[in-house]
Design a protein around this ligand. Structure first.
Ligand code: MN
Ligand code: MN
Ligand code: MN
Length: 285
């Protein structure tokens, strides 16, 4: 089996390529399976699936759900979840609505810091999809307030930064329950990325244990931001907690160029396990 990349973003959230282009690029890259995991939306999935059918690429329908622990983002990947399941649908709607309010809050804080960006422009950049922080970062680059999107995060909008606004978010354990009720398979995204104050150790192990106890099935071990020693540590943790070790590039198109499509991948055996769990989860939901 060829390559499997289970973590990608399209222009339906903060990626730069439309869903069909992500799948086309996957085909060109020699991948056989690509998971589309836009933030808090499945809006790009039908287009990606249509392109996949045409190109012979398996598209795994996914969502990267925003949860939070101690005021810091924890991202939860949901695969094969039913987006029409009422509670999941309500939560996705709530997350999207609150993102708008949060964008307004961040723009206000930036104004207090002497930097003017317009909500109108940020909405334009978001292209009708959920507004996420990279859209604000792009607007900050455009007005010349910072030289790069990374600098926008570092100076202003990273978690806890001077223009950061918290958003409503589920506790990670509740996110797991929500995904399982919608018949999905749940994987903790990039456990090594959490809060810089954690000294790089990532999402606290007790949180990962609680998520596993609530029925989470996988842990994203292969991710471009994980150093080799992180991968080793999370591989051992996954084995101990009986979580499927998955992988993906977190591809965002031209945004965050550090992650080319297929730049981190899921092992075929792990993917087969994940798919078997999805069938079981769907039956039990
Ligand atoms: Mn993103
Ligand atoms: Mn993420
Ligand atoms: Mn992501």
């Amino acid at each position: 089996m060829g390559g499997i990349d289970l973590h990608t973003h399209s222009s339906r959230s903060d990626g730069t390529l439309p869903p069909a282009e992500v799948v086309r690029l996957a085909a060109l890259t020699g991948l056989e399976v690509v998971g589309l995991t836009d933030h808090d939306t499945t809006a790009g999935v039908p287009e990606a699936e249509a392109a996949g059918a045409e190109l012979g690429i398996e598209v795994v329908p996914g969502i990267e759900l925003s949860a939070e622990y101690e005021g810091r983002s924890v991202h939860v990947l949901a695969y094969w979840a039913d987006p029409a399941e009422p509670e999941l649908r309500a939560e996705l709607e709530r997350l999207r609505d609150e993102r708008l309010g949060r964008a307004v809050g961040m723009i206000d804080k930036l104004r207090e810091l002497g930097i003017a960006i317009s909500l109108e422009r940020v909405r334009e950049i978001a292209g009708g999809g959920p507004i996420v922080r990279p859209h604000i970062a792009q607007a900050l680059v455009e007005v010349g307030a910072v030289a790069s999107e990374q600098e926008a995060f570092d100076r202003y909008i990273a978690d806890g930064g001077p223009a950061y606004v918290e958003k409503h978010a589920l506790h990670p354990v509740d996110a797991v329950r929500l995904v399982l009720r919608a018949g999905g398979v749940c994987v903790l995204a990039h456990p090594g990325l959490w809060d810089d104050r954690s000294g790089g150790s990532g999402v606290p192990e007790e949180v990962i244990e609680a998520m596993a106890a609530a029925g989470m099935q996988g842990l994203e071990v292969e991710h471009p931001d994980h150093e080799p020693e992180d991968r080793e540590r999370f591989r051992r943790l996954a084995a101990r907690l009986r979580l499927v070790p998955t992988g993906g590039s977190d591809f965002h198109g031209e945004r965050l160029e550090r992650s080319p499509l297929g730049g981190a991948r899921c092992d075929p055996e792990a993917f087969a396990e994940l798919r078997a769990l999805a069938r079981r989860s769907a039956r039990e939901a």
